[in-house]
Design a protein around this ligand. Structure first.
Ligand SMILES: Nc1nc2c(ncn2[C@@H]2O[C@H](COP(=O)(O)OP(=O)(O)OP(=O)(O)O)[C@@H](O)[C@H]2O)c(=O)[nH]1
Ligand SMILES: [Mg+2]
Length: 504
């Protein structure tokens, strides 16, 4: 006998869906199970939609703040400063997982140094100095695709590996000594270097994204919990406090422990490599370019390579990991006795990631656009023909002129001013990379004001709504200064927020 059926004789659709007359008992059971499952899924979707609607209603009064800017501009570092200011305990919970990132940064840096040395046959002599002169063969050469809306940067130096013709120094004593020292360092450091892939997999969860070149890996929001989860053998971690209370040494992560032992055993070799005259020579002649985080961790290698190493807050601010997609961070911000939830959206800035930003533009209250002013001599990793300042200006033009963002409060961080200062102090000439800089003084004040003027000009030309642009010179690794600026930005965003709330 049939159980009462949902299929009506009159409805043509029901007729079509009706089970066949010849349905066996086991087929019938399978069908009923399928129907029950479909009903459960449908109810679950309804419930999720209801919760989403409730969530939307709750979030109506919240502040939505987007951190935008090219890759490596400092968005995630700024987000960590917000975290330090408004949710310091969560940074504490994540501290252990940063060890993996920092080890990865160190291993990648050593790998980069060794491969650059290899392309120079492990030796550089004074005659190679000629390559770095401003009258280099590359200067003035135009490369297709280098279109500049405002600035006219010169094309990059060619950093590709090159074959050196037989040098007169080939068999000299210094050359032989340099090659033999570096060869033995390379041999001794090879086990450490081979941990590179495993560390990258641990952080990315095995996902590779094109463009994760020299900098490392892309990570999605929530990577900290996943790193610990992986370390614990993919056991599910239900909430952050469950792993947060564990100290680094309590977590039996075999990979991280292995790397830690290798680092401890290799720290003298790393120091020797870092101080080697050929490495120093390549850096001085700009044949070896190290990122800021590489230099930072190599300078602190004795501390970082110690077996009981726990990352300091300063280390966490200097660590480098690329953001994939958009990561949301929620903070409760108290101002004038009122608590408002701020949703901070930290986006991936690489070109391949920028399409993910647009869905977040719609109801954004504010934007902090982060532009690294120290990058005047650098080119995009994803497009080595585009000067980084130029890319920032192009991106800023798009943000200023976007109709979706026309009501958003606009803040500009001209970031990495500390690195800009160091580069200028070391004698790097802006005009060598930015032709329009001309014969101006190459001092810090002139340079930052010059870049600021270009950003202001972009804003002025794309400002139909006559909105104000708030500009700050920043170094977001400097906690004290950044927190003061965040307080400032918070107040100005909040004023705008109250005004718009009053208008609603
Ligand atoms: N010295 C110095 N380093 C900085 C500053 N801002 C950021 N950094 C470093 O630059 C690197 C890149 O910063 P991130 O915050 O990861 O850059 P991002 O904009 O989030 O990059 P994507 O996620 O790829 O879009 C990190 O190693 C930071 O520590 C700064 O003002 N000064
Ligand atoms: Mg980031």
């Amino acid at each position: 006998m049939r159980t009462p059926s949902i299929y009506s004789q009159d409805d043509p659709l029901s007729e079509a869906l009706k089970p066949p007359e010849s349905e066996t008992e086991s087929e019938r059971r399978a069908r009923l199970e399928q129907e029950a499952e479909a009903k459960r899924v449908s109810e679950q979707i309804d419930e999720e939609l209801r919760l989403e609607r409730e969530d939307m209603k709750k979030k109506k009064g919240d502040v939505k703040l987007l951190l935008l800017g090219q890759a490596e501009s400092g968005k995630s570092t700024l987000q960590r400063q917000f975290q330090l200011m408004y949710k310091p305990h969560t940074l504490e919970q994540e501290r252990a997982s940063w060890r993996t990132v920092i080890y990865f940064n160190v291993v990648r840096s050593i790998k980069h140094i060794l491969s650059t040395l290899e392309s120079w046959d492990d030796y550089i002599d004074d005659s190679d100095m000629a390559f770095d002169s401003p009258t280099s063969k590359y200067m003035g050469a135009s490369r297709s695709g280098t279109s500049s809306p405002v600035l006219m940067p010169l094309p990059p130096e060619d950093n590709s590996a090159h074959s050196r013709s037989a040098s007169p120094f080939q068999g000299t004593a210094p050359a032989t000594a340099s090659r033999s020292t570096i060869a033995s360092l390379r041999r001794r450091l090879s086990p450490l270097i081979s941990a590179d892939t495993a560390l990258a997999d641990r952080l990315s969860g095995g996902i590779t994204v094109s463009g994760s070149g020299k900098g490392g890996v892309f990570v999605r929001s929530g990577w900290q919990a996943r790193t610990i989860e992986n370390a614990l053998g993919r056991r599910r971690v239900r909430n952050s406090s469950e792993y947060g209370v564990k100290k680094a040494e309590e977590i039996q992560d075999a990979l991280v422990q292995d790397v830690s032992h290798m680092l401890d055993a290799s720290k003298d070799d790393i120091r020797e490599l870092w101080a080697h005259p050929t490495v120093k020579g390549l850096i001085a002649k700009r044949r070896l370019k190290l990122d800021e985080w590489s230099e930072f961790f190599l300078r602190h290698i004795t501390r970082v390579a110690a077996s009981d190493y726990i990352p300091s807050t300063d280390d966490i601010l200097h660590a480098r990991i690329q953001t994939m997609g958009v990561a949301e961070h929620v903070f409760d911000v108290n101002i004038h006795g009122k608590s408002v939830s701020w949703h901070l959206f930290d986006v991936g800035g690489a070109r391949g990631q920028r399409h993910t930003w647009v869905p977040y533009f719609d109801d954004a209250n504010a934007i902090i656009f982060v532009a690294p002013v120290s990058a005047f001599d650098q080119y995009l990793e994803e497009d080595p023909r585009t000067n980084r300042i130029d890319d920032s200006l192009q991106l800023f033009t798009q943000i200023c002129s976007s109709p979706l963002l026309k009501n958003a409060h606009l803040v500009l961080f001209l970031n990495k001013t500390d690195l800009l200062r160091t580069k200028l102090d070391n004698g790097l000439k802006v005009k060598k990379y930015i032709t329009s800089f001309g014969e101006r003084n190459n001092d810090y004040e002139t340079v930052v004001q010059y870049f600021r003027a270009h950003f202001l000009q972009v804003h002025r030309r794309n400002n139909e709504n006559r909105r104000v642009l708030y500009t700050h010179f920043t170094s977001v690794v400097d906690t004290k200064a950044t927190q003061r600026i965040i307080g400032n930005v918070r107040d100005s965003i909040f004023r705008g927020y109250l005004q718009s709330a009053a208008l609603v």
